[in-house]
Design a protein around this ligand. Structure first.
Ligand code: NAD
Length: 344
């Protein structure tokens, strides 16, 4: 449809992007979505299968660091907005191989935002139109803030100083700073969202919750780092998608919004809850899934606690999560049982 606005979405063959695209395509018939993804080990086109037949969906395999390709896409599709998910996202990989995190997360973000600035501000629009109509939304993480004490009143807000501890979070923090500079320096219409840990359908096997479910179902040891008492604040992926939608459409230019559902859990509580549900849904006669829990050597520089204060998003833009951890984890387990062809 020629009257449609085209948006560029990056990294959509990954976990969050592939949950976002079907949701967004259905909700906004006035957008065409151009999806750019390198299909690294973390990207899987199977995740986007349900969109393939949609005429408003276009997939391009390529690297966000490839400036010529990004410029071509802006010109070819007359891109009027960007939602930027693409990143190297796994902390453990960043400890082993930090270089690719700097390349994709820092240089890739720079390439995208610089091409967007040039296209929107110099041709064919005026500065004012670009400022009003073309938005660059950068997806980031709460890990940029570092770690918290165990005091429950200690929470990450939008003004918490950046103190990233892993090469992953340092690369994401750097990319946030570049976006900030493009707003402050060039007046580009930017927004940033910093979200807590996501869970739900389509997450890569390497991450905590899929690892727990997969190993439990196979009867293999379930590895838990250190003493299992590290705390994360978990958000169901579709609640994150809803938050991105709201900020993309109504967030204040140049602002940052934290997204989180106040579902703090230790890793042990997570594994315990999943095992309890599996014991009910796919019981084994000779063991309880909890007996598979195995403690392994802690991750280097492992942040102790993350917890998000999402008051700004709730009060200013009226976002709220639909799922609690207890409802979201049941849906998630259901999806994995389906994936593995296991019936309850
Ligand atoms: P993911 O690892 O599942 O997916 C990342 C996608 O980016 C993959 O499809 C991969 O192929 C693609 N990609 C990687 N390098 C690329 C490159 N150079 N060019 C083009 N595409 C490339 O990640 P995710 O969990 O879906 O996270 C998406 C975004 O959300 C990331 O920016 C991440 O930092 C952020 N985030 C994730 C979480 C979480 O809990 N998963 C929480 C907060 C923020």
């Amino acid at each position: 449809n020629n009257n449609n606005k085209s948006l560029l979405l990056t990294g959509t063959a990954g976990f969050i992007g592939s949950n976002f695209v079907p949701y967004f395509l259905e909700k906004y018939p006035e957008y065409n979505l151009v999806n750019l993804d390198l299909l690294t080990y973390a990207g899987n086109l199977e995740n986007l299968k349900e969109c393939e037949q949609n005429p408003r969906y276009k997939f391009i395999k390529g690297d966000i660091c490839n400036r010529e390709l990004v410029e071509f896409i802006f010109n070819e599709y007359d891109i009027r907005g960007v939602i930027h998910f693409a990143a190297e996202s796994h902390v453990d990989n960043s400890i082993k191989n930090p270089g690719v995190f700097v390349q994709t997360n820092v240089n890739g973000t720079y390439t995208l935002v610089d091409v967007a600035k040039n296209y929107w501000m110099e041709k064919p629009f005026t500065y004012k139109e670009a400022y009003q109509n073309c938005r660059f939304h950068h997806i980031s993480t709460d890990e940029v803030y570092g770690t918290l004490t165990l005091d429950p009143n200690d929470l990450f807000t939008e003004t918490t100083p950046y103190m990233p501890n892993s090469p992953y979070s340092a690369s994401k923090a750097s990319s946030d700073m570049i976006i900030r500079a493009y707003y402050e320096t060039y007046g580009l219409n930017t927004v940033i969202t910093n979200c807590s840990n996501n869970y739900g359908p389509k997450q890569h096997d390497e991450k905590l919750i899929p690892t727990i479910i997969r190993n439990a179902l196979k009867g293999n040891p379930i590895p838990i780092y250190g003493d299992g008492k590290n705390i994360r604040d978990w958000l169901y992926v579709l609640d994150h998608c809803k938050g991105i939608d709201i900020v993309y459409h109504t967030g204040k230019t140049g602002d940052t919004y934290n997204i989180g559902g106040r579902n703090e859990r230790t890793n042990l509580q997570i594994v315990d809850r999943i095992c309890t549900i599996l014991d009910q849904q796919v019981p084994k006669s000779n063991f309880s899934y909890k007996s598979l829990i195995t403690f392994v050597e802690d991750r280097a520089g492992h942040d102790r606690r993350y917890a998000i204060d999402a008051t700004k998003l709730k009060n200013e833009l009226e976002w709220k999560a639909n799922e609690t951890f207890d409802t979201g984890i049941v849906k998630t387990i259901e999806w994995y049982l389906n994936k593995y062809g296991i019936s309850k």
